[in-house]
Design a protein around this ligand. Structure first.
Ligand code: FE2
Length: 397
């Protein structure tokens, strides 16, 4: 059996797996440092070396895989077919570029809803974007989650909607909601603030308290959004009701109706929760977002009262203590970005960006936080400043 030093997730059961005739050599363009494997990788004798999802930590590991690794084409083909059967768009390549494209398309289609144009079939287009969000979470959930914490380079209302939709999809999967129900929630997340996109862009720059007109517009935007979407042909009742209720709270203190308890749909509570979490960690142009750990604490203590504690707990479980996109300090003093979650209870994978003196590395160094004590996470970095690498570089795209 091939042993690749430093790779610890190997199956040592000695079991052979079928489809040996379908295996092909791992190719240079198929793998990259910092990225998970797309398939199980075997050696020449058919022994499983590394499972799908294992993250390549360094150049030495990458080279050994290129020299000796084989993967099954059957697995890859069946996965592609499954995606196509779902009717989901094919997502590949760089997820951060895909997020940029989706954000731009969302801006276009919400503009059409705003103008009450039915010529472009907004329902179909928003649903298509929703399916792309779902496919993106299939393709790379950790990079998607990382983007919700660190991607700040598009107009706020649209990137907020895309990121909130990603959060909804990831948590709704954990809740085992059906694909169609999730699609309704994701579509609602993409479109719930359609009645106040301009005001949202204004408020993100505004340090002063809301004036009366702004306050009214905010109070009315769920109802107005519902009406605008309905008028342009959205007929999905769950989608529409979630838009209407996304600021309602189970304690009756929400708006516009002041609904209470079970009157507030679970799907609307999830959207409200994701919306608040993302707003907390993103911040405003005049102040930084709050630290992830403080946002999660607030979800646990305060937001739980508004959406229900079991949903809040599920949200926190999906995020983990250090979700992808958290900037942390290690026991050895290094600064790192969390890039991949592992099994529950195991420490995440990290891309180290600076040494203990704060000096940036020339390229990210990948560490497994549970591999050595010195790489264990000490705490969240209180003021990480500007990252020296793009998200594509950090996630290995
Ligand atoms: Fe809203």
């Amino acid at each position: 059996m091939l042993v690749i030093p430093g790779l610890t997730d190997m199956d040592d059961s000695g079991g052979q797996t079928g489809h040996q005739d379908d295996r092909v050599r791992v190719r240079r363009g198929d793998i990259a440092i910092g990225r998970p494997l797309l398939w199980d990788v075997y050696d020449d004798s058919g022994q499983l070396l590394l499972g799908k999802g294992y993250i390549i930590l360094n150049e030495r590991q990458r080279r050994r895989l290129l020299e000796e690794g084989l993967h099954s084409t059957v697995q890859l083909t069946s996965e592609t077919d499954r995606t196509a059967a779902d009717g989901s768009p094919q997502i590949g390549g760089n997820p951060f570029v895909t997020i940029d494209q989706l954000t731009m398309r969302l801006e276009g289609v919400l503009g059409m809803v705003h103008q009450q144009s039915t010529a472009v079939a907004p329902e179909r287009r928003i649903r298509k974007l929703g399916r792309a969000i779902q496919a993106l979470c299939d393709y790379d959930a950790d990079a998607s989650l990382g983007a919700t914490h660190l991607k700040h380079d598009a107009s706020y209302p649209f990137r907020h909607s895309i990121h909130t939709a990603l959060l909804c999809e990831l948590v709704a999967r954990r809740l085992n909601w059906s694909l169609l129900k999730r699609l309704s929630v994701v579509s609602a997340a993409l479109s719930c603030n359609v009645a106040m996109t301009e005001l949202q862009a204004e408020l993100v720059e505004q340090a002063e308290p809301l004036n009366d007109m702004q306050w009214d517009a905010i109070q009315q935007h769920p109802q107005r959004g519902y009406e605008m979407l309905y008028a342009t042909g959205v007929s999905d009742q769950l989608w529409l009701r979630v838009v209407m209720q996304h600021h309602e709270c189970i304690n009756g203190r929400g708006y516009p109706a002041g609904a209470r308890g079970d009157e507030v749909l679970p799907e609307a509570r999830l959207l409200g929760l994701a919306d608040r979490y993302h707003a907390m960690v993103t911040g405003r142009s005049y102040r930084n977002g709050i630290l992830v750990k403080n946002a999660l604490r607030r979800i646990f203590l305060d937001v739980g009262q508004e959406v229900g504690s079991s949903l809040a707990q599920m949200f926190i479980k999906e995020m983990g203590i250090y979700p992808p996109g958290s900037v942390v300090r290690l026991q050895n003093g290094e600064t790192a970005v969390v890039v991949r979650r592992k099994a529950e209870m195991a420490g995440p994978m990290l891309a180290c960006i600076a040494n203990g003196k704060g000096e940036h590395y020339a390229q990210p160094l990948y560490r497994d936080s549970s591999e050595q004590e010195q790489y264990a996470i000490r705490d969240i970095h209180p003021s990480p400043g500007t990252l020296p690498f793009s998200l594509s570089q950090l996630w290995g795209y």
